[in-house]
Design a protein around this ligand. Sequence first.
Ligand code: C5P
Length: 239
Amino acid sequence: MQAKEKIILALDVDHQEKALELVRELKDYVGMFKVGMELYYSSGPDIVKQINDLGGKVFVDLKLHDIPNTTGGAGRALTRLDCAMFNVHAAGGYEMMQRTKADSVDEAARLGFTPPILLAVTVLTSIAQQQLQEEMMVSDLSVADLVVKWALLAQKAGMDGVVSSPREIESIRAACGPDFKIVTPGIRPAWAEAGDQKRITTPRQALDMGTDYMVIGRPITKAEDRQAAALKIIEEMER
Ligand code: C5P
């Protein structure tokens, strides 16, 4: 895979026009666009088609978590939008993940589409060890161990990969093997502002650790010259 294809640009904006402007400007510089809850709930599902029509691939980051019948139906709906990737919470359990995958694959076959890459979110990076113990009542596992256990469960349930912090890439890769996709946010080139991201990794480091895709937002979207910023990241990855 070319370096450019590994970049997923986070479209963290609240309006369709702002998002489409970024897509027009950057579609030849990144591999995919991430539509998160803010943009999806502001502009509606049509945003996926609009981006596809401009030649961009879409990762719909809605982190589904419900009973299997409901996430299965949602997976069918997202598949009909012809997104390239979407995700569920591993905390929803084996059956929820498995059903969502099966329904998505079935819907894609019915329409003659390529099935979307389906990822699981393990432990959100905003959850600290103390919260795991005191609020989620998980007392016998560290965050790091739970991440690997859930990644293995996700793989068994047929997920294509996981979203993970750069810190967990190596342990997930070791447990789940070379074909399991790992998608990592928290990426900052050395020349970019960290902003609110704390445990950050450069694109080159993330690649060396074995990530497949990196989600990058502000280092590109807030740059004075956004195309130049994307190019600089691609060069850094290829070096
Ligand atoms: O602007 P920035 O590069 O920090 O954007 C990173 C993107 O990845 C945002 O859309 C953010 O919500 C998402 N993300 C993250 N950390 C996680 C999970 C998702 O930064 N643990």
